[in-house]
Design a protein around this ligand. Structure first.
Ligand SMILES: Cc1ncc(COP(=O)(O)O)c(C=O)c1O
Length: 387
């Protein structure tokens, strides 16, 4: 029989307003964008040089399904030093992926069967829910609340666990809220995962982007979690390399080996030249990360102060991570209305909070991965034009 139309799973993907909003910002240069989730910094110089060198040296071939050996070695070293995660066997516990997006997809497909459940944050990064739905599994939201800075309540998570629950996606620092989860919360989650025999998918894409007194803790470093956590990392955010499309996952051998096998039937491996550049990023770019983090922190403080002076927006607990703020709308507008009003009247692009789940309704996501003068100008415009 001939092609009869789009599959139900594709037809039922959520309709996002994001592409239309981003197009608007691209077409109208007077718009200041606080809407985009990627660094405004270019990749570090050393990384760019390593990429060019990789091309010249003909690293233009396929890579093994787990990633290149030298990259896996550099990842293991970094995990030990920075995340306190010990890897017994780099070849069977680490997989390099095309961005952490691919790792999210492969992890979900590797863990959850049709009809089984995965707990996802609400509000949360916008791919989690649709990815679970794409494989006819069931995403179960755990709600996060602004009053307590969007921390997870493990008691609530416990109540949501059923015999069908396979795991929980935990994202710290968080997109869209900027929340850094507290050590106590992560320890309680770890206990729960062990007690219920489920797995944590720990999305740590923003691992380095924590400010002031906040500390990032990898659940993979906690006692007894060897079999209960798959940790996902990205080069896109703290290393400013989103276009390189490189990320990696580390976790239990059984799962990671299955993901490597699965790789054979998806992309095979991430871009080989990006992998070579990734080694330089991991081993030689500490200072670059630090410089960018300091700059983000400066912007974060100014944007928080600015938002506090805008009638109709409120930040209950100042977020300490990633490069996002998630202010509450207090003038009665919905997320869509507020975002539209800001773009039309103030020419400032923000992301409507409802794009990140039902619990995001009534909020806006603002990214400070934008140059400081633009942030200052955006604050002035919003002060005058948010109504
Ligand atoms: C929480 C989170 N995880 C994962 C990703 C995916 O990043 P990448 O595929 O570029 O590594 C993003 C990107 O915005 C994100 O915000």
């Amino acid at each position: 029989m001939a092609f009869s139309g789009l599959s139900k799973r594709i037809r039922e993907l959520p309709k996002s307003n994001f592409p239309a909003i981003i197009k608007m910002a691209e077409e109208d240069k007077s718009i200041i964008s606080l809407g985009i989730g990627e660094p405004d910094f270019p990749a570090p110089k050393k990384v760019k040089a390593a990429l060019k060198n990789a091309v010249d040296k003909n690293f233009t071939h396929y890579s093994p399904t787990g990633g290149r050996h030298e990259l896996q070695e550099a990842i293991a070293k970094k995990l030990k030093k920075e995340n306190k995660i010990r890897v017994e066997d780099i070849h069977s516990q680490i997989i390099a992926t095309s961005g952490s997006s691919e790792a999210i997809m492969m992890a979900i497909m590797g863990i959850v069967d049709v009809g089984e459940e995965l707990l996802v944050p609400n509000p949360g990064f916008l791919t989690y829910r649709p990815t679970v739905e794409l494989i006819d599994a069931v995403p179960v939201s755990y709600n996060l609340h602004s009053e307590d800075g969007f921390q997870i309540h493990v008691e609530e998570i416990k109540k949501l666990c059923t015999p069908k629950t396979q795991g929980i996606i935990v994202n710290t620092p968080s997109n869209p809220t900027g929340t850094v989860l507290k050590k106590k919360v992560l320890e309680e989650l770890a206990d729960l995962a062990i007690q219920k025999n489920i797995i944590i998918i720990s999305d740590e894409a923003y691992e380095h982007l924590v400010y002031d007194n906040a500390k990032h803790l990898s659940m993979g470093s906690l006692n007894g979690m060897e079999e209960h956590v798959l940790s996902l990392f990205s080069f896109s955010k703290s290393y400013a390399m989103p276009g390189f499309r490189l990320g990696y996952a580390v976790g239990p051998e059984r799962l990671v080996k299955a993901m490597q096998q699965f790789h054979l039937y998806t992309t095979l491996s991430p871009n080989t030249m990006s992998q070579i550049a990734g080694i330089t990023a991991l081993s030689k770019c500490g200072k670059d990360i630090e410089k960018m983090r300091n700059e983000y922190n400066k912007r974060r403080k100014i944007l928080i102060k600015g938002i506090q002076e805008i009638d109709g927006l409120e930040i209950e607990v100042a977020p300490e991570g990633a490069f996002y703020l998630f202010p509450k709308i207090t003038n009665g507008m919905s997320s869509e209305q507020a975002s539209k009003a800001l773009i039309q009247k103030a020419k400032v692009l923000t992301a409507p909070g409802n794009e990140f789940g039902t619990q995001g309704e009534g909020f806006l996501r603002m990214s400070y991965a934008t140059a400081l003068p633009k942030i200052k100008e955006a604050i002035e415009r919003m002060k005058k034009n948010f109504h």
